[in-house]
Design a protein around this ligand. Structure first.
Ligand code: ZN
Length: 425
């Protein structure tokens, strides 16, 4: 494939740009032979790598359920070799749900995953509706429309799991599979030494790691850094990620991985210093900053998660949920507080006026005022409109997809409230 523009560290910063989705949509739907007998393609927005050996194919990730048939058809245009084995890099919906067409075609691959994936799939069985709600907030996808996997048959379960490391010999070729904890606790990455290619799954995303998602389960910044350091240490010449463009050149790969690891470790260190000083969560968060020499790298842009979100995730890992304010351990409900503040101010309209006044200079505080106004007087159209305007501006100015998702959700909720008022008028 050799994209000369992403062969060195200076150029990688210039060649990747745009939103998360623009980075994830590589435009490479065709399976390309990126190295002899090594195919790489993007199905919708997730990548699949296929190593052809004399004994059959080793596939790394299987993509989504929705893109499964087209992925199968595309790979079969390039090779008819039997599917010997599949490694799921982790159990997310975009990576581990595309095997059915292969099985229906009579293939009998070993399905390989890190041992924690079984627990992940079992967790999915308990939390399908929750995940639908999360995606509604995050992406605006109607929770009623998406069917998350919850039945045994919705999954193609791994039949070969491993703890920390697994060596595969396929067609006389060695492939190393390593366990990691990063975005998930069930991650694997694959090293093909004889081809000098590493498949990272989502351990490399070409942006600040998605390691602090406000709505998701625990993520592992230190495990992520460990994995990136291990990936850097193998010295591969080509990195095939779970999303976005490959990275080429051993020096570039090493530097990208190490800089990302250093950045994650810096966030963890700041949180631990704050926790050890007994600081409140907000005091710790206020100190979180990506150093200047790291901020300049486009592959550390906080396009998905912010550094503060990662820090909150570290607080959760090492500490409790109490934020340090005495009143918040057994708090008054938010709506009760909002009604009291609005009464003291002289009505929700005063909060609305103040929110609009300060929104340019202090958008975070303006969001609180707007939310209180709408909570205090849900039937006040101006208050709901204020939520729409202020959160819309906040969303438009927000770089992280996760922040933008939550702000946009507030807008949609207020729009629904106004629509309901109009219907009842
Ligand atoms: Zn993914």
């Amino acid at each position: 494939m050799s994209n000369p523009e992403i062969n060195d560290i200076e150029n990688i910063d210039q060649s990747i740009g745009g939103t998360v989705f623009e980075r994830f949509f590589t435009g490479q739907r065709e399976a390309r032979e990126v190295a002899p007998k090594t195919f790489f393609m993007t199905a919708d927005y997730v990548n699949i790598a296929v190593f052809e050996t004399s004994e059959g194919l080793l596939m790394v990730d299987s993509g989504t359920k929705e893109a499964a048939q087209s992925t199968y058809d595309e790979i079969r245009k390039h090779t008819q070799a039997p599917l010997h084995a599949v490694v799921y890099t982790h159990g997310h919906l975009d990576h581990a749900f595309g095997l059915k067409p292969w099985l229906e075609a009579g293939e009998k691959p070993r399905v390989i995953a890190q041992e924690n994936m079984i627990d992940r799939f079992n967790t999915y069985r308990k939390t399908g509706r929750m995940n639908a709600h999360i995606n509604e907030v995050q992406f605006g996808i109607d929770a009623g429309l998406v069917q998350w996997p919850t039945e045994m048959d919705d999954f193609v379960w791994p039949d070969l799991t491993y703890h920390d490391r697994l060596t595969l010999n396929i067609g006389g070729e060695r492939f190393e599979v390593y366990a990691a904890k990063g975005e998930t606790d069930d991650a694997s990455w694959v090293w093909a030494p004889e081809r000098s290619i590493v498949c990272t799954g989502d351990l490399w995303e070409g942006m600040l790691p998605n390691c602090g998602n406000p709505q998701k389960v625990q993520r592992y910044p230190e495990g992520w850094a460990d994995a990136l350091e291990a990936i850097a240490s193998v010295g591969s010449d080509m990195l095939l990620p779970g999303h976005g463009m490959p990275v080429e050149g051993a020096d570039t790969i090493r530097e990208c991985c190490m800089n990302t690891a250093v950045t994650l470790r810096g966030i963890v260190e700041t949180v631990l210093v704050g926790l050890n000083k007994g600081q409140k969560h907000e005091e710790i968060i206020a100190q979180i900053e990506i150093p200047e020499d790291m901020r300049k790298h486009a592959y550390l842009d906080p396009l998905y998660d912010r550094a503060e979100f990662i820090a909150r995730n570290v607080i959760r890992m090492y500490g409790g949920w109490w934020d340090g304010w005495s009143s918040s351990v057994i708090p008054a409900p938010m709506a009760t507080r909002a009604i009291e503040v609005a009464n003291l101010a002289g009505g929700a309209s005063v909060l609305v006026k103040r929110a609009r006044e300060i929104s340019a200079n202090d958008p975070a505080l303006a969001c609180h005022l707007a939310e209180w106004a709408a909570l205090a007087e849900p039937q006040n159209r101006d208050a709901q409109q204020c939520v729409i305007d202020i959160f819309k501006t906040r969303a438009d100015g927000e770089i992280s997809l996760m922040g933008r998702g939550i702000f946009s959700h507030a807008v949609r909720k207020a729009e629904k409230a106004i629509a309901a008022m109009e219907e009842n008028a």
